[in-house]
Each structure stands twice: as structure tokens, then as C-alpha cells.
Design a protein around this ligand. Structure first.
Ligand SMILES: Nc1ncnc2c1ncn2[C@@H]1O[C@H](COP(=O)(O)OP(=O)(O)OP(=O)(O)O)[C@@H](O)[C@H]1O
Length: 330
């Protein structure tokens, strides 16, 4: 006997929402999903009419759904946003080149203009070249630091005043756990924020902060969105993967684990000692882009690469972060 949608009471239920357990038809699921993102945007004042928003577009499920839903909500609720797609080509053959083809199709499908910036063009190094130099152990650190700055630089290039990324509740829960393991209290207190850098030139917002990854996948699947679903070829070595597996296991005994981890970090109060460690935003003395230190992390890592001693950049980075675990992993 088919189960009826618990929202409209008319249509056949097509799915069980991972977040609430509700059995819904496709139309009611779409409506609930979109409404929750809309409420997260409104409640947290993520956007102001006239904002030019660079949507970080990797071609993966999260950013593809984000671009689609932002464009839909922008029209439906007249947000008055000027949306642009911004992709960073890290130079990973067999991975990013394929996913960028997806973003190029999304540009046509959603009618949002796309700009691509590359590590090669910005730093003179592709990730393939970096991995050749340093191997696959610490490569995600280089990629993460460069991507963060590349998104800033791309956003300045297209004259965006805000960056939106597809980070979802699962991503944030993983970050909470990683910061806890590292004992990085200043970051622990900050990582669950739905927006960062509000005081600076380029705030970043995460409209999917409360959205579960499983629901994003369901949304993309039922809407038949065009996205790229292969994992990064260099990612299997990242610590984040282990945090992800741990949270998945935890969810089997505690289904609210993701929401709990996000809430725990939100509730976390930064004491005066840790507050001092929260560096104020400034500009890098070398490249002039946003930095929390006199010389930004990208420039430190680049110095190591360009002097043929990539470990040096990594050590300098670990030192300014006071991250003994990074040093131990060398
Ligand atoms: N190469 C890139 N170019 C532009 N934005 C990116 C890129 N990589 C990541 N991002 C942005 O950062 C967010 C989080 O990236 P992450 O690497 O965690 O991927 P993810 O969780 O698999 O997301 P997605 O499914 O969108 O790839 C993405 O949703 C996207 O907004």
C-alpha cells in the first residue's frame, strides 16, 4: 500500500527526509528544501539587494544545487542579487578539467555568467605539479590555502562583493571535529558561522549551513541537475575523509550527530585568551590580498615551492598556526 505524502496528503510519498524523517512527495520536498534555505538566508541577513554574489562553483553537487537554488530564490523572492559563477581550476587532470565542463554547461543551463581562475595563472603552479614536488601527504593544505585565496582574487576580478559557497551541515560538522582534534579553539569558535569576514571587503556566506548533504543529493537527483560526482583524485589521503567516516558511524547510533556538532560549535564561547589569537583581517605585505598575518599563507607556501623547499613553507605555516600536528606529519 503506497504511503501518502505527510505534507500535502494527496500525492504518493517519494522519499523520507533524512533531516526530519517526514515522508514526502517530490514537490513537497522541493518546497521544504527551498523554504529552509530561504529562511536561513533571511534570518541571518546573508544578502542585501544589489549584492553581486560570486557563487563558488566546483561542478560538484553542493555548489551546483546552490547556484540553482540561489537563482530560483533570487527570482521567486526578488532578492535583487546579481549572481555570477566563479570556478577555480586547481590544475588536477582527470578531475577538475572534467568538472569544469559541468560548470560550463551550468552557465548555459542557469543563465549565470562564469569566470574561471587557475592556480597556474595565479601562482605559476598547478596541483599536479605541486603533488609531483611534495607527494600526496600534505597536498590538501596547499590546495585549501590556494583555493581560499583564489576565490577572493576571482571575486575581486569579477567585482563581486560577496562569495557564497556550498558548504553544508556535514562539511561544517567535519570541520568542528577536526578543529577539536587539533585543539584549535579560536577556529572551533568560528567555523560554524554562517558568514565570515563581514567586517572586511569580501564576506563569505554559506546558505547551506543547515542543509544535510543527503538532502542536497536527493534534491539534485530528483531535479535531474547536471553535476559532477567524482571525488578528487588526491583527496583519499585527507584527514577530513576520516572525520567524515567517523561522523557517519556516529549517526547510526545518534542520528542528530551532525546538527549536534554544529550546535556545539555555535554554543562554544571564546574566552579572552583565545579571542586574542583571533587575528584581525589585514592585507598581505607581499601580494596585497586578504590575510590574517603580515604575510599570507599562500605566499608562505609559494616561497617554499619557488625555492625548491616546499617543506619550508609548510613549516612556516604550521608555526604561525601553532599547529604541532602539522609539524609531526612532516
Ligand atoms: N574549484 C572550486 N572552484 C570554485 N569553488 C569551489 C571549488 N572547490 C570548492 N569550491 C567551493 O567550496 C565549497 C566546498 O567545497 P568542498 O571541496 O568541500 O566540496 P564539496 O563539499 O564536495 O562541494 P561541491 O559538491 O560543490 O564540490 C563548494 O561547494 C564550492 O562552493
Amino acid at each position: 500500500m503506497p504511503i501518502t505524502c505527510s505534507s500535502c496528503g494527496v500525492e504518493k510519498a517519494a522519499l523520507r527526509r533524512p533531516k526530519t524523517g517526514d515522508k514526502l512527495c517530490k514537490v513537497c520536498f522541493f518546497a521544504a528544501f527551498e523554504q529552509e534555505v530561504h529562511e536561513a538566508i533571511l534570518t541571518n541577513n546573508l544578502f542585501t539587494a544589489g549584492d553581486r554574489v560570486a557563487v563558488g562553483a566546483s561542478g560538484g553537487k553542493d555548489s551546483t544545487v546552490l547556484a540553482y537554488v540561489l537563482s530560483l530564490l533570487n527570482q521567486r523572492h526578488s532578492y535583487g542579487l546579481d549572481l555570477v559563477l566563479l570556478s577555480v581550476d586547481e590544475g588536477i587532470s582527470g578531475y577538475r578539467d572534467d568538472s569544469l565542463e559541468t560548470v560550463k554547461r551550468n552557465e548555459q543551463q542557469y543563465g549565470i555568467p562564469l569566470t574561471i581562475v587557475s592556480y597556474q595563472q595565479l601562482y605559476g603552479w598547478s596541483m599536479d605539479q605541486i603533488v609531483k614536488q611534495i607527494g600526496t601527504r600534505n597536498n590538501c593544505t596547499f590546495c585549501g590555502v590556494f583555493r581560499r585565496q583564489a576565490l577572493d582574487r576571482g571575486a575581486f576580478l569579477v567585482k563581486a562583493n560577496k562569495v557564497a559557497t556550498g558548504h553544508n551541515a556535514d562539511d561544517i560538522a567535519e570541520t568542528v571535529l577536526l578543529n577539536l582534534i587539533r585543539g584549535d579553539l579560536p577556529r572551533l569558535g568560528r567555523c560554524a558561522g554562517i558568514s565570515t569576514g563581514e567586517d572586511g571587503d569580501l564576506p563569505r556566506v554559506k546558505p547551506f549551513k543547515y542543509t544535510y548533504e543527503k538532502e542536497i543529493v536527493m534534491y539534485a537527483h530528483f531535479k535531474k541537475l547536471d553535476y559532477f560526482s567524482t571525488e578528487c583524485i588526491y583527496a583519499p589521503y585527507a584527514t577530513r575523509g576520516f572525520a567524515r567516516e567517523f561522523i557517519k558511524d556516529l549517526e547510526t547510533v545518534r542520528p542528530s550527530a551532525i546538527a549536534d556538532l554544529v550546535r556545539a560549535a555555535e554554543e562554544f564561547r571564546i574566552g579572552p585568551d583565545n579571542a586574542e589569537q583571533l587575528a584581525q583581517p589585514k592585507t598581505c605585505q607581499r601580494c596585497g590580498y586578504l590575510s590574517s598575518q603580515d604575510v599570507c599563507k599562500a605566499c608562505l607556501l609559494l616561497e617554499g615551492l619557488n625555492t625548491g623547499n616546499p617543506r619550508l613553507g609548510f613549516i612556516m605555516l604550521a608555526n604561525i598556526e601553532g599547529n604541532v600536528f602539522k609539524l609531526l606529519s612532516l
